[in-house]
Design a protein around this ligand. Sequence first.
Ligand SMILES: Cc1cc2nc3c(=O)[nH]c(=O)nc-3n(C[C@H](O)[C@H](O)[C@H](O)COP(=O)(O)OP(=O)(O)OC[C@H]3O[C@@H](n4cnc5c(N)ncnc54)[C@H](O)[C@@H]3O)c2cc1C
Length: 405
Amino acid sequence: MTAQLPLSALTWADTLPPTRSAALARIARVRPAAYARTRNHLEGAVTGLSPYLTHGLVTLREVLAGVLEREPLAVQHKLVFELGWREFFRHTWAHEDERILHSLHAGPRPDAAYAPTLPADIRHGRTGVPVIDQAVRTLYATGTLHNHARMWLASYVVHLRHVHWRAGAEWLVAHLLDGDVGSNHLSWQWVAGTGSHKPYLFNADNMARYAPPHWHSAGTVIDQSYEALDRTAHGGAPVGPGPAAAEAVPEPPLRAAAPADLGVIKPDASAAERLQGREVWLVHPWALRAPLPALPEGVLCIGLYLSEHHAAWPWPEARWRWVDTAMAAVTSERWHVDTASLAAILSGAARVRSVDDPHLAYWLNRVARLDVAPTLFPPVERRCTSFSQWWTLATRGLHRAEELL
Ligand SMILES: Cc1cc2nc3c(=O)[nH]c(=O)nc-3n(C[C@H](O)[C@H](O)[C@H](O)COP(=O)(O)OP(=O)(O)OC[C@H]3O[C@@H](n4cnc5c(N)ncnc54)[C@H](O)[C@@H]3O)c2cc1C
C-alpha cells in the first residue's frame, strides 16, 4: 500500500510558511526575466505570493519595491502587468460591489441554461480528463493552483459541462489558500465570458505545451478543435463525465470557525471591561501584517474572525490553521464574534482601528475606523470594463516601474 499524503495543515504550512518573513524571502527570490518567459507553464518561475497578498502579510507595493531593489523594470514588464490584474479586480469590486457575485453581462448562453451545482465527479476529481482530475487533487492537497490550471478548470466546468460559473467559483474560492472573492469570481467571469468579450476555451494540444505529461489529456473530451469547443460553449449539449481513470479524492470539509484547539475565543462581558478606555487595533484575515508603523505602547492588538463573513465563506481546516498561525503571531488574543456583540464589547474603547478590505467592509465599518489599504497603481476613478482600458489609464505617462512607488 502506498502512503497517502495527509490533507493536513502541515502540508500547506510546510510549502508556504504563514509568516511575513517567508513572504519577504519569496519576494527576494522573484526572477522577473524567468517569470516573463515561463509564467504560463505549470512548472514555470511564478512567485507563489498570492496567499501572502490575499491575507495581507505583504502588499503589492512591497512586492514591487522588493523586486526593484535588485533590478529596474519597465512599467510594461509582464510581472508588473500581472500585479495589475489583482488591482484591476479590486477596481471592479469597488465599483460593482455585490454585483460581482452575479454575471456582469450576458455570456455565450443565458444564465438559466447552466446547471446551478457542481457535479460530484468534478468535486471528486473523477471526470476522466487528467488535466481536470490533477487540478482538483493539487487544489485539495496544497490549497494552491497555477493560474493556467485555474483557467482550464473553469473553462471545462462552464463551457463543456455547462455548469454556472458561480457554482464553480464558490467551490474553488473555498478551497484555495489564496481564495479572494474579487480575483476569483471575476476570473471565473472572465473565463465564462460574462466579464469579458468572449469565452476562454482551451484544448488538449494547447494545454500539453504548458503541463507535465501526467496532466496531458489526448483522446478525452477536451481533445477537440476550437470550432467544436466553441459550438459546445454557445449551445449544443454539455459533455458528460468520461470513464474515470482516477480514484475519487475526498473533498476537504469546510468549516465556518477555527478548530477548537487553536484557542480562538468568543469574547464575553469581561472583554468589554478590559477594553474600557483602551485603544484597540483589529487584525483580520485579510490584513494579517502587524500594523505599520508599530503601534504605540498600550494599544491592544486583537485578532478578529467575524462570524457573519465566515458563515457565508467557510474554509477547510488547513486554511484556518494557516491564517490563524499568522494572526497569532501579531495579536495578544483572537476572537470569533458576530458584529452586534463586537460592537457592544468595543463600545467603551477609546478608539478602534483596522484596515479596510472589501471582504469585511460591510461589517467592519460599523465597529472600527478603517485605514485605506495601500494600492500600487494610481487610482482610476472611471469604471473600466476591461483590463486593457484600466491598464492604459493606470499606467498613463509612466515608463519605469519605480514610478509606481
Ligand atoms: C478561475 C480563476 C480563479 C482565481 N482565483 C484567485 C483567487 O481566489 N485569489 C487570487 O489571488 N488569485 C486568483 N486567481 C488569479 C491567479 O490565478 C492567481 O493570483 C495566481 O495563480 C497566483 O499565483 P502566483 O502568486 O504564483 O502568481 P504570479 O503569476 O507569480 O503573479 C504574482 C501576483 O500577481 C497577481 N496575479 C497574477 N496573475 C493574476 C491574475 N490572473 N488575476 C489576478 N491576480 C493575478 C497575484 O496577486 C499574484 O500573486 C484566479 C484565476 C483564475 C483563472
